[in-house]
Design a protein around this ligand. Structure first.
Ligand SMILES: Cc1cc2nc3c(=O)[nH]c(=O)nc-3n(C[C@H](O)[C@H](O)[C@H](O)COP(=O)(O)O)c2cc1C
Length: 204
């Protein structure tokens, strides 16, 4: 499978980096073709300009390349911390620029853009790995876990990716090294299970 991994975290020593790298290496070891983007290391420009907004707008080649990778992905992994109930801005900028009309979703004939879009992504599963410093119950009761709605409903379901897994690891700030190592193993197992074998078993 072609698996696209996106990492949005500035600190190379962070748990987020450890999670993303472990999942990348493990999926490659399992035979998957992995495209890996460390958005901060690549200095991804998150600013969507006005000329780029229309479906047939002027899209720079670097962004077209991101769109092509997204559309070619059979599986998608997103790794980022919870920052104010949102992904870091570099990642929301990637969504703004790369999850484009005409590539990731489209509106039906005669729909001026107010209706329900049709998802165009071919990916059969998406996995979102988050980290946070808030207890799970408080995240749900006090904040409504906005990252769940953003990724599951606003992005992946809308774009046609119906199989969705999300795991939030935490509380990070008080975690032990043993807990963090266990989380990394859990992330690897979750992604292996979500995407299955790299190639379907031969019937002969
Ligand atoms: C700008 C910023 C905003 C944050 N907002 C939240 C938040 O809303 N909820 C939360 O639980 N943690 C929040 N945190 C804490 C991070 O989620 C936490 O530091 C991170 O998940 C730890 O993983 P790491 O070691 O990979 O950075 C925030 C951290 C930063 C820097």
């Amino acid at each position: 499978m072609n698996v696209l991994i996106l990492l949005g975290h500035p600190d190379t020593g962070s748990l987020n980096h450890a999670l993303a790298q472990a999942v990348r290496d493990d999926l490659r070891a399992a035979g998957h073709d992995v495209v890996f983007h460390d958005l901060y290391a690549e200095r991804f420009d998150p600013l969507l300009g006005s000329a780029e907004i229309p479906e047939r707008g002027q899209v720079p080649p670097a962004i077209q390349a991101h769109c092509d990778e997204l559309c070619a992905a059979d599986g998608i992994v997103v790794v980022h911390p919870n920052w104010w109930g949102q992904p870091p801005a570099i990642l929301t900028g990637w969504i703004d620029r790369v999850v484009r009309p005409g590539r990731a979703y489209r509106f039906e004939e005669g729909d001026g853009g107010e209706g329900v879009p049709v998802g165009l992504l071919r990916a059969r599963a998406a996995v979102v790995l988050n980290t946070s410093n808030t207890e799970k119950e408080r995240e749900q009761t006090a904040f409504g876990d906005p990252l769940e709605a953003i990724w599951r409903r606003c992005i992946f379901d809308l774009c046609g990716v119906r199989v969705f897994h999300r795991r939030t690891f935490g509380v990070v700030v008080t975690s032990t090294e043993a807990e963090r190592l266990a989380w990394i193993e859990e992330a690897k197992a979750l992604c292996r299970k979500a995407f299955g074998p790299a190639r379907p078993a031969s019937s002969t």
